[in-house]
Structure formats: structure tokens, C-alpha cells
Write a protein that binds this ligand. Sequence first.
Ligand code: CA
Ligand code: CA
Length: 392
Amino acid sequence: MKNTECFFAFFIVLAASVGSLGQQPGPQFFRIESSNEVVCTGMTADGQLSWSNQVADSLVHVEVADDLAADSRWRTYTHVLSTGHVGSVRLYHPGTPEGFSFIPAGTFMMGSPTNELGRNPDEDQHQVTLTRDFYMQRMEVTNRQMADVLNWALGQGGRISVTSATVRNTEGIQRELLDLDYSYCQISWDGVQLVVDAGKDEYPCIVVSWFGAQAYCNYLSDMEGHGRAIVFSDWSMDLGAAGYRLPTESEWEYACRASTATAFYTGGISYTGFSPLDPNLDTAGWYYGNSTNPDNPISSGKGTHRVGQKQANAWGLFDMHGNVREWCWDGYGPYPGTVTDPTGSGSGVQRVSRSGSWYSAARFCRSAARGLHSPLAHPYYLGFRPVRSAVP
Ligand SMILES: [Ca+2]
Ligand SMILES: [Ca+2]
């Protein structure tokens, strides 16, 4: 019985092929079920699994799927030797919140090579080490999620104030979270609760300030009983807290790349503008070249699209290129050299966004491309997705 938790204690994704299991197309997700004696206990930086109670030739079962969301598509391999697991593996574990991917700690090259087409001069390549595992929401936060969390916070009393014009936090330093009467906002106030425009539930939340994105994270932490990561009294952030928060800029790029080094996680960039279409970006995301949407025309017939329609990266994250830009924690500033767990420029007033949007040319949707905005800005192409440090 004591081993029950261990049976499903680790979920593994292998982006690279594993010889003993044969080659499969696309990203694959592996789930290990250990025998009674063998417990997977961790993974080294180079992807080697470690085991406790390891017995030579003991058996484990490995299940494989192409899509983490499709449990019915798991395939099972048996008679895989526990001693045979080598290669580039990634661990998932049962603490992963629904709708999130587990992102393992690691080291990567942040920024772009000097020969990358469309690069900007603020993308100096440097080595970044992230020492914390974290969870990242697989989709951009939707209008439905935002309305539900804010309605919950309203129902608790004393956390937000709402009028037909605006939503503000009431604790600590008060800021506008959501500009409800801005014509592009797809959430409004009916006098009792926040309601989403018809048909817009699954579209990404826009017109949200940097403060609004973080307040959402705090209220979601409240809902689920995690200690808050954001302090309203000074809008500081604690990377070591268990609660939801915005990703740091380096966490965002690390998660977007999912071990790729190309302009997009689907490959290199061919066209920096929006015509002709860039094929690798067209596969991964919505940008000005392909974002015409009769169901949601925001400007010139183009607009955001429902989240999760394009190809996810190897870690199961959608819309990391385009659809909406995504707020990050960091103040914008020049990159440091080799660095561990960076949190951006302390003096940076402007806050970073990543991913580019439905309104962007291709070059602004690259993995390394950086945006910057006033934290109170709330343009119709800017949203966010939360992360949570994987702390016990
Ligand atoms: Ca307003
Ligand atoms: Ca995006």
C-alpha cells in the first residue's frame, strides 16, 4: 500500500527518441509504473533517471501517448528493464495542476544567435540556469477563467471592487486589474457578477494589466489553498512560494523552447513579416499573417482565436507563439551574463511580454523576442498564463 503513490509518482516525456522503445513521430509522453521494488526517485541534469531499491533486470511498465490530454490514447509497453532507461527524459508528477505542464529545472541558452533572421539587439545569448521545477498553464488564461476567478474573489468579500468601468484590488496598493468599459474587453459587469461576451469563453483574456494578471494568480492561489506568491502591499513576488504567479522572462523562454534552439519551437524562421506566411509559425500560432477571424474581428478582420488550436510544443504548451502576448514578471532591461534564477531588471519600470500576438509580424513571435509595456497598459493583444513553483 505504501507504494501506491509511487506507482504513478512520475510522468515522463521524452522529446527525443529512445532506441529501446522505437521511434515515434512528434512529441511523446511517457508514464512509468514501477514494480514493487523499484521506485523512480529523480532525474539528473542530463536526463538520467535514478531509482531506489534498484534490482537488476526488474521490470517496469512504460506507457506512451502523443497527447497528455488524451488519456485514452496511452499505449503500454511492458518488459522494459529499469536499468535500461537512459536518454533525454522529462518528469511529470502528480502534483501537476489540471491544465498545466510540469517544467523541469534545467540550464539553457536564452536569447537568439546573431544570425537569426529578424532578431533584435536586446536578445544577447547567455546561459541561464533555473533551479526550480515549475508548472505552467498549457493554455493562455481564457475570459471564462478570468471571470470565474474574479467572481469567486468578489464572493469572498473584501478582495476586489467592481463597477461597470473597472475591476480593482482592495488589499494593499490598489490598481486597475481589468478595464471593463474599454471597448475591446470581452468581460463586463451585469450589476451582480462578471459575465463573458457570448461565444468568447474560450478566447484568451485581453485588456488585463500586469497587476490584473498577478491578482488573478493570487485569487487562484486563495481558491486552491496555496500560499500567495504575490504581496499586494508592494506588488513583490516570491519565487519560493507555492502559489500561482507570472513566469519570469527566463522561465517563459525556457518553457517555450522545450529544448529547441530555433526561432520557433517548430523550427526556423523564413519570413519576418506577415506575407508570405512563415510555415513554421503558421503551424504553431496565430499572428498577423493568419489571424483573420470572422467570429472575433478585433482589427481589420483579424483577432484572437480560441486557445489551444495550433500545435503544442514538446512540453504540451499551446500558443507560446502568437495569439496573445503574455505578461512576464520581469522589469525590462539588458540581459546579464551567465546567471541563475534571474528575475529581471530591478530598475525596469516597463514589464516584459513574450510570445507576440495575433497582431504581430512573425519576427515578434520568435522564442527569443521581447516586448515591453507599462504595467498598467492593457492592449487588445496582451494576456498571460500563470505558473507555480513546484514546491512541496
Ligand atoms: Ca475603465
Ligand atoms: Ca501567446
